[in-house]
Design a protein around this ligand. Structure first.
Ligand SMILES: *[C@@H]1O[C@H](CO)[C@@H](O)[C@H](O)[C@H]1NC(C)=O
Ligand SMILES: *[C@@H]1O[C@H](CO)[C@@H](O)[C@H](O)[C@H]1NC(C)=O
Ligand SMILES: *[C@@H]1O[C@H](CO)[C@@H](O)[C@H](O)[C@H]1NC(C)=O
Ligand SMILES: *[C@@H]1O[C@H](CO)[C@@H](O)[C@H](O)[C@H]1NC(C)=O
Ligand SMILES: *[C@@H]1O[C@H](CO)[C@@H](O)[C@H](O)[C@H]1NC(C)=O
Ligand SMILES: *[C@@H]1O[C@H](CO)[C@@H](O)[C@H](O)[C@H]1NC(C)=O
Length: 606
């Protein structure tokens, strides 16, 4: 296969309160099988999209999980880049609280995870404390390497077999490192198949021991991530020049001829005639046929690599079934972040706040989880650690930034009305693209974004370190091509809002009256919400309106739009801004560090 090489030259590679579950929620998860703690299997892919239809090409996933479980189609990552997103997932904290914001040092990677103290405080340790055997196969974090894997070993796993850099994304030359063993090379073998065998081994161990201890098993293949080859070239004793080739992912031989006619979905924002967005995105050229064809090939190879993952889904389910454990096991399927190819003229990659990159698959099956359902509730990766802990009956912590995801019909129904409607998305540094034509690295890819998904409204609001802004009304503009931020002052958006005193907490008022709101009013609320979220901790992250309105009378955007708060939002609050573009989370460069609270105009709330 002609793997085309496009080389990004990088020197020194990659230099580049959780709410304490309220009493009412305590019994929201079913106690599985006669009081026995449930087992949990978590399949975590790498860079898998929801918006380019990747799930439609996974028949076993559909049969065993989608049709037998609930799809959370408003599930989001909070930072659309592998390592920061994984650290948020495993710690239950937003990236601004982990400060692991990049894939490698100094701002990210495994060494930063360790130096931030998380190797002593993250999910597998909490699950072990709750009596679980914990297993992990595959990629944990970037920059966990053949040199640093034992300094220290990743804590918390009863059994582990990690993919290590610089071979993590080499589909045909993976290096795995098992428990306390030395790293082992699997040159010439197909990475996902090697990983599958290791996963089934741990699953058998786990099932054998599960009369004694329930288990938590994570299976984390690299598919459908690009194939990454790192070239090292020693210049002298002090300098090694490293370069990276990010070529299309490599399918297993048995899958390499599938889907020959399939192309990236030609949605209205695919390689559009007019550029979209702001900053460097607004300056991207339209892609020519050669580029589009290459990127379609890249896309097909993503779908092909996912076939080996689909086989794992099938095999895991049948092994659980044969052992009689399927009914007492939750299976979660997700990915670290989404992916784009060609939308907004972007080369293959992630890291943007557009839907393709942040709105990702989450499918759950297990005891009490509604079958074949799709839920509208808004969830994010910071909710997963609390969810697993709640299922495991672990001691709930009040320092996590997410809230357990409801998994029963009753709790899903309740939270449909009460759960938060926002997702805070963050990014720092440089964006890398992949494939033949994605060599250019764009700096200043630092932004704060806010997705709000109410019952009858849906917005993306982004503030860039360059001072540029984006605002999309996804109800009317689902592809995010019409930036309303600079639309005329007369532009209005319709809301069906209730008097703020109504304790309806997100229940839409379905009386037909709507109120037209000027953009400036909407933007003032979104911006202030973002001020709170960009530095939120624990409960503030799930309940930011409580910070702004301690009286509790404002529970969502709809309530906050009430004219009685115009002065509070439009005059009294500071806007989100950056004084400089940084490569990491440098607080001094990130503008206001908190917002004022209503009724306490003389005090700064945080
Ligand atoms: C985050 O880490 C960087 C180093 O990677 C450090 O310079 C910065 O001060 C940290 N930010 C915060 C808010 O702690
Ligand atoms: C495969 O990986 C091993 C290290 O695990 C390395 O020594 C070898 O050079 C690699 N082979 C190729 C073809 O890159
Ligand atoms: C298409 O665009 C690519 C990337 O800019 C360029 O390398 C290539 O020469 C172009 N091909 C044609 C046929 O114009
Ligand atoms: C909608 O709001 C109006 C005005 O406050 C109220 O009279 C009506 O009962 C509400 N309808 C619903 C379905 O809540
Ligand atoms: C609101 O909508 C529900 C279901 O859509 C309907 O049953 C109810 O009658 C409506 N109420 C009003 C006041 O329109
Ligand atoms: C990035 O931002 C810095 C200031 O924060 C500016 O000096 C620099 O020119 C910007 N670089 C690009 C490529 O826009």
């Amino acid at each position: 296969m002609a793997l085309s090489l496009l080389v990004c030259l990088l020197f020194g590679f990659y230099s580049t309160r959780y709410l304490i579950v309220r009493a009412a929620d305590n019994n929201q998860q079913p106690l599985a099988a006669a009081g026995r703690k449930p087992n949990i299997v978590f399949i975590l892919t790498d860079d898998q999209d929801l918006h380019m239809d990747s799930l439609s090409y996974m028949p076993s996933l559909k049969k065993h999980l989608t049709d037998h479980g609930t799809s959370f189609h408003r599930h989001y990552c909070t930072v659309a880049l592998c390592c920061p997103s994984r650290v948020s997932l495993w710690t239950g904290k937003a990236a601004h609280n982990t400060n692991v914001t990049d894939i490698g040092p100094p701002h990210g990677g495994y060494p930063k995870f360790v130096s931030q103290g998380f190797n002593e405080a993250y999910l597998p340790l909490w699950l072990q404390e709750a009596g679980y055997n914990t297993y992990y196969v595959g990629k944990l974090f970037n920059a966990q390497t053949v040199d640093n894997y034992n300094a220290p070993h990743a804590a918390g796993w009863t059994g582990s077999d990690f993919l290590l850099d610089p071979y993590t994304y080499e589909y045909l030359n993976a290096t795995f490192q098992r428990n306390r063993d030395e790293p082992a090379s699997y040159e010439g073998q197909y990475s996902t198949d090697v990983l599958a065998r290791k996963a089934y081994g741990f699953l058998d161990d786990a099932m054998g021991d599960q009369q004694e201890r329930p288990f938590f098993l994570t299976i984390a293949p690299t598919a459908p991530h690009s194939n990454v080859h790192i070239h090292s070239h020693k210049i002298d004793d002090e300098f090694t020049e490293k370069s990276v080739t990010q070529s299309p992912p490599v399918p297993a031989e048995r899958h390499e001829h599938l889907f020959e006619d399939v192309k990236v979905p030609r949605t209205p924002h695919f390689n559009p005639d007019q550029p979209n967005g702001v900053s460097w995105i607004s300056r991207l050229p339209k892609q020519n046929e050669t580029v589009v064809e290459f990127n379609d090939h890249f896309y097909r190879n993503r779908l092909r690599t996912l076939q080996a993952v689909d086989e794992i889904v099938d095999e895991v389910v049948s092994r659980l079934d044969e052992a009689g454990l399927l009914d007492n096991t939750y299976i979660f399927y997700s990915t670290d972040n989404g992916y784009h190819i060609g939308q907004h003229r972007l080369q293959p990659g992630k890291q943007c706040a557009y839907e393709e990159d942040i709105n990702i698959p989450l499918i759950v099956r297990g005891p009490g989880v509604p079958k074949g359902e799709m839920t509208e509730i808004v969830t994010s990766h910071t909710d997963l650690a609390p969810t697993f802990m709640q299922l495991a009956g672990a001691v709930l912590r009040d320092d996590l930034d997410g809230a357990a995801i409801p998994l029963t019909a009753v709790s899903l129904g309740e939270q449909r009305r009460t759960r938060q409607e926002h997702v805070n998305v963050e990014m720092w540094g440089i964006i890398m693209s992949e494939g033949n034509y994605g060599s250019v690295l764009y700096p200043n890819h630092t932004y704060k974004a806010l997705r709000v998904l109410g019952e009858d409204y849906s917005f993306l609001y982004t503030v860039w370190c360059s001072g540029e802004h984006e605002l999309y009304d996804l109800t009317k503009d689902p592809y995010e091509v019409d930036n309303l931020y600079h639309a005329s002052k007369e532009t209005t958006v319709d809301f069906g809002f209730l008097p703020s005193s109504g304790s309806t907490a997100g229940i839409p008022n379905n009386s037909t009256t709507t109120t037209s709101v000027h953009l400036s009013r909407l933007i003032s609320r979104l911006d202030t919400l973002l001020v709170v979220l960009k530095t939120c901790k624990a409960r503030e992250c799930t309940h930011p309106w409580e910070v702004l309105h301690p009286a509790g009378d404002v529970r969502n955007l709809n309530d906050a739009l009430s004219a009685e708060f115009n002065d509070f939002y439009e005059v009294q609050q500071e806007r989100v801004y950056f004084t400089q573009c940084e490569k990491g989370y440098i607080a001094e460069s990130e503008g206001p560090m908190g917002a004022r609270s209503y009724g306490m105009v003389d005090e700064v709330a945080m």
